[in-house]
Write a protein that binds this ligand. Sequence first.
Ligand code: BGC
Length: 507
Amino acid sequence: MSSEVSNGDTDAPRAKRAKLEDEDDDSDEAAISPATMSKVEDFLLPFQLSLEKLREVSSKLRKDLIRGLGKHTHRRAPVKMLPTFVRDTPDGTEKGDFLALDLGGTNFRVLHVCVEENLQKVLKNDSQVCAIPQEMMQGPGEELFDHIAACLAEFLESLELKDKILPLGFTFSFPCEQKDIDKSILIRWTKGFACSGVEGQDVVLMLREAIKRRGDYDIGSIAMVNDTVGTMMNCGYQDQSCEIGLIIGTGTNACYMEEMRNVKRVEGDEGRMCINTEWGGFGDDGSLRDIQTEFDVEVDRTSINPGVHTFEKMISGMYLGEVARLVLIEMAKKNLVFGGETSEALLTPDSFETRFISEIEEEDTGLERAQLILTEDLGLPAGPDDCEIVRLVCDILSTRSAQLCGAALATIANRIRNNRGLSHLTTTVGVDGTVYTKHPHYSDRLEETVKTLAPKCDIKFLVTDDGSGKGAAMVTAVAQRLAIHSKLLEDSDGDEEEDEEDEEEED
Ligand code: BGC
């Protein structure tokens, strides 16, 4: 299967699904000629990464993690490694009533969360989802925050909580430079958001100001959280060895507990701090050019934010379907699918949704679903052999995504193990995101890659439901328990290489 990490160290694996290789298969549904199949395989070869390439990706990321943490190297580092001021994972003694806001996609959620001491679980009391209209995602920032404040007001009203002043965990799933747990400057929008007047501003302040403009309710202390951190913290409440948070949904990112002595941009050397890696930006300095295909380049060029979040654009749900669509158009032009035809729908951006990939790869129902998607949704003249070929395209793109993510996760696990001087690391990763949870083979492919690239790490994956909502409440709770803060130091501009750039790590 193409999903296996290739053992051929130098050659890229051939693009084949087991079924297509099976000469004895007596099904008469698909009859792709060997000549066509060979052309299809050749066409898809650039998407297939050898084990050696994956090792290279991991090694580049390892260096970029160090650059991101460094005081002199941070400014130009593509992987930002942002301190979160979260210094501990839950220990079970957290308790209280919290509000949580979760903004990171097309929907925005408000939650009222009750944490009971020693219960090993967060009780979610109530929640409400508010849609964010497309035009608001790209309109003035103040309007977005007024909308959030209005949704929160409606929610508090419905629960008769407007007169209570509750602490609030704010999951804001975009790259932010946190000056403190309640001061967070948006570095840049991602995932289709482009509201004006927010980049470079403190989003906590913007939220407080929007609430003040209304004047009909107030909130207590605010803890800002990235969704990766919320996911890690939510898992951490159930499993105290959870110290990595991973998201593979609309966007992708990971956080983990780093030793304070390595977090050069924050004063103090004692203990650990959770670092939001923002690994979506990996490759923004051109370091992944050798594995980017012409289709990745095109997806980036036509995106709302060209040149940024290169790694994310090769992996996450916002882009996977679009890469598939461009591949299928080119394959049709080369007469490899659909009898050389395209359709108006296929030529329309974003018409091939990422969820189609998961559906088409389902073992039993996938081919039937492919037939419906291709003919009914996309108006293509697709026969059984086209469905097989489209399934192969999906398989190869989702495998590449899972393997790249696996390579990145292995880098983090290896780093934690080295940091602690351990011969073997046992740890848990809290995971969320529809690409990981809805795809039939994604988690297996990812885990297999991690095992291969981080053989001395034993990693358990724990899928959270609603980590970014409940997890935000946990961050607020843990922050209250610890109530320790330290300062983010000014970056010094550096042409000079930092000592820690030479930091050696054994594999
Ligand atoms: C954002 C991250 C976020 C990730 C997953 C990325 O686009 O930059 O902050 O964690 O998406 O939601």
